[in-house]
Write a protein that binds this ligand. Structure first.
Ligand code: KIV
Length: 307
């Protein structure tokens, strides 16, 4: 909960900047962002990497899973986050089935998020099974972040939000997955819901950073869903998250106070209301001496019924 300001970056970070942070042994903070105003704040706060996660399906759009998120939605939100940032590296999630079906399709969609969305990298789920896809995209010059462990797009296959890699077989598979995506050219790996000790062991065996979420402190960095960090949800906070502020309560309190002020006529006051000087108002309302003379001559209907 340190309030030490991060040093300002003069230009936008790239995957080389992230590699340097990693080489310097700095723990890397990443947050999700989905909209322009929040992205501006997170960028100003010096968060080096912002993920336009497909978690936006649940936390921004009210879907029941990330599976419903489309390329159009990802592109729309990626553009907003890019417009809101000057320094952070923006990583755009590739939505369900936008990759891994055909190499051409994967590359085309990654290209759309980079070229049209303005992202600096893409993220996609899957270890060994996604290695060829990662290779194809990286070869085209697009940086890829991998995502293994709990992969929400496979939630129907995984059978729920469970910690991954807890058996000999599953743990070894995670190690193989991490090595496969590193070999394929990923510049970083998200480890989601992996036991702390296993995540630390994976991290030690890699030469690229691991970014943990529910994977303990032994990762090279951490990522959190920003609405969890801000306490923006009324219902559910995952066990691995910490509220740094209670925005749900704060925003609800503000909305209730506003509603009460409007009902009581206490908002707006003169302070929030634009004013016009008397002379200009009289001209508009036909109250000048010239207006009065003209009205008397033509016998017309006064502009101002008070005349
Ligand atoms: O979509 C997302 O927010 C993510 C994070 C949980 C890493 O993939």
């Amino acid at each position: 909960m340190s309030s030490t300001p991060s040093p300002r970056q003069e230009s936008r970070l790239t995957i080389s900047s992230i590699a340097k942070l990693y080489a310097d042994g700095e723990r890397i903070a990443m947050l999700t962002a989905y909209d322009y105003p929040t992205a501006r704040i997170l960028d100003d706060a010096g968060i080096p990497m912002l993920l336009v996660g497909d978690s936006l399906g649940q936390v921004m759009l009210g879907y029941d899973s990330t599976v419903r998120v489309t390329m159009t939605e990802m592109l729309h939100h990626t553009k907003a986050v890019v417009r809101g940032t000057k320094h952070s590296l923006v990583v755009a999630d590739m939505p369900f089935l936008s990759y891994g079906v055909t190499p051409e399709g994967s590359l085309e969609n990654a290209g759309i998020l980079m070229r049209d969305g303005g992202a600096g990298a893409v993220k996609l789920e899957g270890g060994e099974r996604s290695a060829r896809t990662i290779e194809t995209i990286v070869r085209a010059g697009i940086p890829v972040m991998s995502h293994i462990g709990l992969t929400p797009q496979s939630i129907h296959q995984l059978g729920g939000h469970r910690v991954q890699g807890k058996t000999r077989e599953a743990g070894r598979q995670l190690l193989s997955d991490a090595l496969a995506v590193q070999q394929a050219g990923a510049f970083a790996i998200v480890l989601e819901l992996v036991p702390e000790q296993l995540a630390a062991a994976i991290t030690e065996r890699l030469t690229i950073p691991t970014i943990g979420i529910g994977a303990g402190a032994g990762c090279s960095g951490q990522v959190q869903v920003v609405t969890d960090l801000l306490g923006l949800s009324a219902e559910f906070t995952p066990k691995h998250a910490r509220h740094y502020v209670e925005l749900y309560t704060i925003i609800k309190g503000a909305a209730e106070a506003y509603r009460a002020d409007v009902a009581a006529g206490a908002f707006p006051t003169r302070e929030q209301s634009p004013q016009i000087d008397e002379v200009a108002l009289n001209e508009i309302l036909g109250r000048t001496p010239a207006d009065r003379a003209e009205m008397a001559q033509v016998g017309g209907i006064p502009l101002d019924r008070d005349l």
